[in-house]
Design a protein around this ligand. Structure first.
Ligand code: SF4
Length: 277
């Protein structure tokens, strides 16, 4: 029996990034909902553990930002990675104001706005609003510090900033933020004093939103979903045996060395579970 493709109503930075990286991956993941659990990198266990610790770390910060004392949180940072990341978070100079001032903080903020036929959704690790300036924080547990140019071009950076302009008025006394009031900060748990600070301008916002609308239209009217021509992308893709693009998982060290594969180790916010404090 032939199953009907899933009727997609929402888009996110992850689904848009998948579409841009490989239309076929977008189709398999979001339209066919095909679960094809090939391992993405070797060694599998090490990568899985890192991923789980990254998710847990996000939850620890979130709990702290809603008021759980640092001493209590520290008890849950119970692996070498978590301990180091938590200490780095506590000591990072750039985050002093976050730790000391718990007002104007919006951890786990979720924003959405219409985008063509869809709704564009984003869940933010943290948005802070102070003195007319909004800062989007995103916590990263990458083992390597990515280049700022790579981060700036990611759909996450483009979606998060543009959506805050279009859907964040309630965080600014009912008035939409000007792009120039917005900055995105990637804070790296293993590189605590090297955050990436990415400002925003009206020209960038216009370019980003036009691009997103065009992309949503293209997705809505897509008649085919070609496999990417960049076979490097298949090396770490969960669907590679389905697409007959290789069986063995890409090597973790190689993936890191290439620096275009950080997203493998990214945290999917929706997968983060609760921790009982
Ligand atoms: S294996 Fe390659 S072609 Fe197939 S979905 Fe993944 S990235 Fe696309």
């Amino acid at each position: 029996m032939k199953t009907q493709p899933f009727q997609l109503t929402t888009l996110s930075q992850s689904s848009l990034q998948d579409y841009v990286d490989c239309a076929q991956r977008f189709k398999l993941r979001y339209l066919d909902r095909l679960s094809y659990p090939a391992v993405e990198t070797e060694p599998t266990l090490e990568n899985e553990k890192h991923q789980q610790e990254g998710e847990y770390f996000h939850r620890l910060i979130q709990q702290h930002l809603i008021g759980i004392p640092a001493e209590q949180i520290a008890k849950f940072a119970n692996t070498p990675n978590l301990q180091r990341w938590w200490e780095n978070f506590q000591n990072a100079k750039d985050l002093t104001s976050l730790r000391e001032n718990l007002s104007g903080l919006y951890p786990e903020a979720a924003l959405s706005a219409p985008l063509g036929k869809y709704r564009l959704l984003a869940k933010y690790d943290l948005i802070t609003v102070e003195n007319g300036k909004a800062i989007i924080y995103d916590w990263k547990t990458y083992r390597k510090r990515p280049r700022n140019e790579w981060l700036s071009a990611r759909l996450q950076t483009r979606v998060y900033r543009a959506l805050l302009v279009n859907a964040g008025a309630h965080l600014n006394n009912g008035k939409p933020f000007e792009p120039e009031q917005i900055e995105m900060v990637y804070w790296f748990a293993d590189f605590p004093n090297e955050p990436a600070r990415i400002p925003y301008t009206t020209a960038q916002f216009k370019r980003d939103w036009d691009f997103l609308v065009k992309l949503a239209d293209e997705i809505a009217s897509a008649a085919s979903y070609p496999l990417t021509e960049d076979r490097q992308k298949c090396l770490y893709c969960t669907y590679r045996s389905y697409c007959e693009r290789g069986v063995r998982a890409g090597d973790l060290e190689q993936a890191e060395a290439e620096m275009e594969s950080e997203e493998l180790f990214d945290v999917n916010f929706e997968q983060i579970g609760e921790i009982a404090f």
